[in-house]
Design a binder for this molecule. Structure first.
Ligand code: NAD
Length: 316
């Protein structure tokens, strides 16, 4: 294809997912890893996954699995992997010193049209890319596991990232079928984990208070808020409102803000430290349905459910 080339640095779980996502969009992908045998392993896994997804009807994009596999190659040289690439997705382990080292190695090969994104879950580029000559072409593009079936990507520019770099990343990720959001600046936890922790905090506090069992707390999400949130977010929820008593979001606030204020006045203020005794109590209950020996099976089940939901959302 005449499309731009993608370089993937680090070929573990996330590197493999990105390779499949970009190939699904018709892009040529080269995978590099510090361990050459890991590159071969990654290529094998990607090949078998794409073939499986095709059989299951959940392959992304318009090309066949065979065509997509043909777009992905491996390299045992970082320099060769970066050659001709216009977008680099770094996927090495989440260690700030390692990220710094890898970005220093990439820096001399960054051209004026290249974007270098880190998959980092927590570490912003301000923590390790400040000394680079080309720091203005770096940013975070944080996927959510499993990225092949969960489309969100958090784009987090560093203090020096050029707006055009942020914009190009967003356009590319949209082109390959991901669903990017752009933060205006780095904050701890980006957006997803900030929201996630505020949910876990309240679950934790309700459990400690003996208000509901762990199973029932999870049920509130799975059978209550979750189905709604798969299609509309909390802000649109306020706008639509359930009972038709309100016309729009402002009206909703006028009517219910005091109620929400009263409820949230009873919250235990953060920060909350998740303590081991409580964790052990929750574990006891969770293990009744998911004992240790069933965790792997349950993870496979989770990914299958997410794949089915992704397919359903495409049909609707
Ligand atoms: P992983 O351990 O599965 O893979 C990391 C790969 O990087 C390994 O293959 C390793 O050999 C390779 N590597 C190590 N040092 C390297 C170097 N100097 N140069 C090139 N390759 C090197 O890790 P992962 O789960 O794929 O995570 C990668 C990144 O993605 C992390 O920053 C992580 O926080 C982020 N992330 C992970 C998840 C998740 O759920 N696993 C989700 C979102 C983001």
């Amino acid at each position: 294809t005449g499309k731009e080339q993608i370089a993937i640095i680090g070929s573990g779980l996330i590197g493999q997912s990105w390779a499949m996502i970009f190939a699904g969009g018709g892009y040529r992908v080269t995978i590099y890893d510090i361990l050459p045998e890991q590159v071969s392993k990654a290529l094998e896994t990607v090949k078998s996954n794409l073939t499986k997804y095709e059989t299951q009807g959940c392959l992304r994009g318009s090309l066949s699995a065979q065509q997509q596999i043909g777009l992905i190659s491996g390299s045992s040289s970082l320099e060769q992997c970066l050659q001709a690439a216009s977008y680099v997705q770094e996927c090495v382990p989440e260690l700030v010193d390692l990220k710094r080292k890898v970005f220093q190695q990439i820096d001399p090969f960054i051209t004026e049209h290249m974007v270098v994104a880190t998959s980092s879950s927590c570490i912003g580029v301000s923590q390790f890319a400040g000394d680079l000559k080309n720091r203005h072409r770096t940013l975070v593009a944080h996927p959510v596991n499993p990225p092949y079936f969960i489309p969100l990507v958090e784009i987090v520019p560093g203090p020096w990232t050029l707006p055009e770099v942020t914009a190009k990343t967003r356009t590319l990720l949209e082109a390959v079928g991901q669903s990017p959001v752009t933060l205006s600046r780095e904050v701890p936890g980006f957006a997803l984990n900030r929201i996630q922790y505020s949910i876990i905090n309240e679950c934790w506090n309700m459990y400690k208070d003996g208000l509901l069992s762990a199973k029932d707390i999870d049920k509130v999400m799975v059978d209550g808020l979750g189905p709604r949130y798969a299609f509309i977010g909390p802000l649109e929820t306020m706008h639509l409102n359930a009972d038709g008593n309100t016309v729009n979001l402002v009206d909703y606030c006028q009517r219910y803000a005091q109620g929400a204020y009263n409820v949230t006045s009873t919250f235990i203020p953060p920060p909350i430290l998740y303590d081991v005794p409580t964790a052990e109590d929750i574990l006891k209950e969770v293990q009744e349905t998911i004992p240790l020996e069933k965790i792997t099976e349950r993870r496979v089940w989770r990914d299958e459910r997410l794949a089915a939901l992704a397919a359903l959302k495409k049909q609707l």
